[in-house]
Design a protein around this ligand. Structure first.
Ligand code: FNR
Length: 357
């Protein structure tokens, strides 16, 4: 099932593009506007050089990391993405199978096309986190939180950077529509939102989440809360003040507003503002092991993968997702061996040699 020429994440992107309709491909790979932020996300990781140290004694490259007392074999997580059944008939069940095979934490989207309970049954003890979009109906949101608590999810990831849809020109041009067969099943019983004449109707704008809702969520659940979609250092501080247990530096994969900073550029500022009070994760444009190592060198505790997981899923289902994760893990270990990082705490030194002159 794994194509012989799939040796990198870029190969999976290429192979996936041969299998999907133009519409689904535009939904998957597209970004906001003319896609400057989307491009900047990947390009920014490529701009830095990694300064290697040689001839160090190794027994192995230790990729372990710890997030909120949970020991992970590797600093990779499956980021939340909607509607996996658009990409493979087994959808989120295939993704959960791969997550469980590699013991990789999987952040399940509010807009998953499979029920949170069915995904949990498949995950076989691998950490699952639930990505929450606070819904206009607070009681419904509360019941959804109770369901994921009951199903054994270990953390809530509150996404705060997409209160309205970004204007995705590539997707618009393609004529993308969600097919009737694919649905956000966990939102099935959500009462209809307030009727409005336009996206800027006061009733709709009033339903957009605010810091007060973070306080509400903090009261509602004892699960750790990660806030996803932080780019400004002042918001990082505010999030911690509101009880966030962790932050995810993200611009939603360049899908909301064009001209947001690349996450590579934002990360050091967030790390400085957070002062190690909570874990900092990052996503956006991470496509190879040296990107992962660089993110860790800049002070991230782990990284999330968005589109590459869906490229693997499209190409070969669970085996494809597992292979994408394996490739990245292997590339990370090779990058560590070739830069002299015996463990991830040694990564910061590879970004500069200036302290030696
Ligand atoms: C997303 N993303 C996203 N984020 C979120 O919090 N909830 C969601 O439901 C979705 N859905 C979604 C669908 C698709 C098709 C994509 C590509 C992305 C954003 C995602 O979690 C992540 O921030 C970016 O995808 C990371 O960038 P890369 O790795 O795709 O470059």
């Amino acid at each position: 099932v794994i194509p012989a020429d799939a040796v990198s994440l870029a190969d999976y992107q290429r192979l996936a593009s041969k299998r999907l309709s133009a519409q689904n491909l535009a939904y998957l790979n597209g970004g906001a506007g003319s896609e400057r932020t989307l491009r900047a996300n990947t390009e920014a990781w490529g701009e830095a050089s990694l300064w290697p140290r040689v001839l160090r004694k190794f027994d192995h490259a230790d990729t372990r990391t710890t997030i909120l007392n949970r020991r992970l074999a590797s600093p990779l997580l499956i980021g939340p993405t909607a509607y996996h059944k658009l990409f493979h008939p087994e959808g989120e069940i295939a993704t959960a199978t791969a997550a469980s095979a590699l013991r990789t934490p999987y952040i399940v989207s509010t807009q998953a096309s499979t029920s949170v309970e069915d995904i949990a049954n498949q995950a076989d003890g691998t950490p699952l986190w639930f990505q929450l979009y606070i819904q206009h109906d607070k009681d419904f949101t509360k019941q959804l939180i109770r369901r994921v608590e009951q199903a054994g999810y270990e953390a809530i990831v509150l996404t705060v950077d997409a209160p309205v849809h970004g204007i995705r020109n590539a997707e618009q041009r393609s004529g993308f529509r969600l097919s009737d067969a694919v649905e956000a099943v966990n939102l099935r019983d959500l009462p209809a939102p307030p009727q409005s004449a336009s996206a800027f109707d006061p009733a709709l704008l009033a339903a957009i989440p605010s810091w007060q809702d973070v306080a509400w969520l903090r009261e509602l659940t004892t699960l750790p809360i990660f806030i996803k979609g932080i780019l400004h250092p002042a918001d990082a501080v505010e999030a911690i003040d509101h009880g966030a247990d962790g932050l995810i530096v993200s611009n939603h994969g360049g899908r909301t507003l064009d001209q947001l900073p690349a996450t590579r550029s934002a990360l050091p500022h967030i790390v400085a503002a957070v002062e190690k009070k909570v874990p900092v994760l990052v996503d956006g444009g991470i496509r190879c092991g040296s990107d992962v190592l660089q993110a860790l060198a800049l002070g991230a505790d782990a990284v999330l993968l968005g589109r590459p997981i869906l490229h693997g899923l499209t190409t070969a289902g669970a085996a494809g997702v597992a292979h994408v994760l394996k490739l990245l893990q292997h590339e990370l270990e090779v990058a560590m061996l070739l830069t002299g990082c015996r463990d991830l705490s040694e990564a910061p030194a590879i970004l500069s040699h200036s302290s030696h002159f």
